[in-house]
Design a protein around this ligand. Structure first.
Ligand SMILES: [Zn+2]
Length: 145
């Protein structure tokens, strides 16, 4: 386990470089803007929700490596999930960042997002890591009303 931090950095780097989820959707019924003034991260999240399921999701915008990687990781995770399940995963992620849940078994279903766990040791970067997740949550909660 000694190379765990290195492994996590690789996951973040990989997702930062991935452009797969960084695009505009042709069909989207949810769109939400998120901004983190402390770093300058600025994203717009889009999702296509059909029958309560996240059919597709993507983001556009700019920001630091952490904010971009986090958005990419989150979209991989929630695509194909029900809105309810996506919201539950967002809360699980936020609880991990707040260190309210630290058990790796419980966090396993966050998949690659677990790579962002140690961000909680870097307070200045926490807002970068949670930006996409807060933006998604706001978007989905609006969509449910
Ligand atoms: Zn940032």
């Amino acid at each position: 386990m000694e190379n765990m931090n290195e492994l996590y950095s690789d996951i973040i780097l990989e997702h930062n470089q991935s452009q797969a989820n960084k695009r505009l959707l042709d069909v989207a019924n949810i769109s939400e803007h998120g901004h983190n003034p402390s770093c300058g991260d600025d994203i717009t999240l889009q999702a296509d929700i059909q029958d309560g399921v996240v059919k597709d999701a993507a983001y556009t915008g700019h920001g630091c490596a952490i904010s971009q990687a986090s958005a990419d990781i989150m979209i991989d995770l929630i695509k194909g999930k029900s809105v309810e399940e996506a919201l539950r995963l967002v809360d699980l992620f936020l609880d991990m960042i707040k260190r309210e849940i630290t058990d790796d078994d419980e966090l396993e279903e966050l998949e690659d997002a677990i790579a962002l766990k140690n961000i909680s040791n870097m307070p200045a970067r926490v807002k970068c890591a949670v930006l996409a997740w807060h933006t998604l949550k706001a978007a989905l909660e609006k969509g449910q009303n």
